[in-house]
Design a protein around this ligand. Structure first.
Ligand code: GDP
Ligand code: MG
Length: 182
């Protein structure tokens, strides 16, 4: 057996764990559904516990598998949820542009997550942009994102707007971060 010493074999997959976080009904499950199945469902289906979905993607010639964790969205339960964050490479922190209170919790989600998943990459998401927003979130969202060195996206799981781009960007930022050797 020879080891050519040129890095990973061409067909090796890179596995990355990401969590989708945010308050109740902001659209976490819908975002994952849109991304993985390219479908949308108007019914509200409460996520009982944690659901894990996989999706393959190719980023800059590298085969990546996202392991996407959909975690039940009640901020009061997060103490016991900490174990689910373990080993994560990144997360989406989602709020609903029609409900101001869901924005007020985004840094709580970020802090609780990063306490366990140190060094993970974050993306803040303003979801449901197909509806009229009820508050002016732009400047506040950019402020929060800057604090966490995170990107921002405005998505609609309903129309699909920006959903694929958000996942792609998270993948790229995770890969870029890891290749810096941290
Ligand atoms: P979760 O609790 O964060 O997982 O939220 P869900 O994905 O279950 O979505 C909660 C509700 O919001 C459901 O009725 C969805 O159909 C709806 N919803 C989710 N994303 C969007 C969106 O982008 N636009 C609109 N109009 N409704 C959405
Ligand atoms: Mg859900």
């Amino acid at each position: 057996m020879t080891n050519r010493g040129i890095g990973l074999p061409a067909n090796s997959r890179i596995l990355k764990k990401i969590c989708v976080l945010g308050d109740f009904a902001v659209g976490k499950t819908s975002m994952i559904r849109r991304y993985v199945l390219d479908e949308f469902d108007d019914r509200y289906i409460t996520t009982l516990g944690t659901k894990i979905t996989k999706k393959n993607m190719n980023l800059e010639g590298r085969d990546l598998t996202f392991q996407i964790w959909d975690i039940v969205g009640n901020i009061k339960f997060t103490k016991i949820q900490g174990q689910y964050y373990q080993g994560s490479d990144g997360a989406f922190i989602i709020f609903d542009v029609t409900r101001r209170d869901t924005f007020d919790n985004v840094s709580k989600w970020a802090d609780m997550f990063l306490e366990v998943a140190k060094g993970a990459r974050l993306i803040f998401i303003a979801n449901k942009v197909d509806l009229d927003s009820t508050f002016d979130f732009e400047a506040m969202m950019e402020d929060v994102a800057k604090r966490y060195n995170a990107a921002t996206f405005r998505t609609s799981a309903k129309t699909g707007a920006q959903v694929e781009d958000a996942f792609k960007t998270l993948g790229e930022r995770i890969l870029a971060h890891k290749s810096k050797g941290t």
